[in-house]
Ligand binder design. Structure first.
Ligand code: PRP
Ligand code: URA
Length: 208
């Protein structure tokens, strides 16, 4: 499936602010939430609607409402948590699961430390949240875990992807739609996205 690079001017502007190393923790965290909100708008564009009849102050009209598709949001800890509220703002009825993964600094392989998903995840459309798609290892593992529990309709939503991670994710999970705000140049020798924004988790939470 062709990845969607959501390069709306508002998103490009906010991503530039995120990339700036002078941007402090609070502003960084706020921006991650705002961009997630804008990405949510695009990633939910295909939600089914149904017609209902309502009475406006002027007349009776047939209009559209969401057809009740069940959604689940699954942030990959830690950095994915920074995107959660921005998504919930638009889809407050979504259930939320959590997957804890960190990248081993030397091997760059993801290490799993937590998984708690809604019990009915198999019936839900799942939006996996992680700002950074670098080697793709974390996203691929998280989606493996979600598929193992029966989910079939999965989207990945991120802020910045490296071509390496995008290709790896598409190869491992060709059925998963990918929405990112920017496609960067490459990964450096430490597995960081270039130009990127540094370590997303550290910048969201002010850790180092
Ligand atoms: C970051 C990021 C992704 C992962 C991406 O998390 O949030 O989960 O790296 O890298 P990959 O595509 O090469 O797997 P990190 O491991 O730094 O953990 P954190 O969110 O707890 O800081
Ligand atoms: N994880 C991050 O937080 N940043 C990168 O550039 C790569 C992986």
């Amino acid at each position: 499936m062709k990845p969607m690079i959501v390069d709306h001017p508002l998103i490009q502007h906010k991503i530039s602010l995120l990339r700036n190393k002078q941007t402090g923790t609070k502003e960084f965290r706020d921006l991650v939430g705002e961009i997630a909100n804008l990405l949510c708008y695009e990633a939910t564009r295909d939600l089914p609607t149904e017609e209902v009849e309502i009475e406006t102050p002027v007349t009776v009209a047939r209009t559209k409402v969401l057809a009740g598709r069940k959604l689940a949001l699954v942030p990959i800890l830690r950095a994915g948590m920074g995107m959660l509220d921005g998504m919930l703002n638009l889809i407050p009825a979504a259930k939320v699961g959590f997957i804890g993964l960190y990248r081993d600094e030397t091997t760059l392989q993801p290490v799993e430390y937590f998984c708690k998903l809604p019990s009915d995840i198999a019936e839900r459309d799942v939006l996996v949240l992680d700002p950074m798609l670098a080697t793709g290892g974390s996203a691929i593992d998280a989606i493996n875990m979600i598929k193992k529990r029966g989910a079939k309709r999965i989207k990945f939503i991120g802020l910045i992807a490296a071509p390496e991670g995008l290709n790896a994710l598409q190869e491992a999970h060709p059925d998963v739609s990918i929405y990112v705000a920017a496609l960067d140049d490459h990964l450096n020798e430490n597995g960081y996205i270039v130009p990127g924004l540094g370590d997303a988790g550290d910048r969201i939470y002010g850790t180092k």
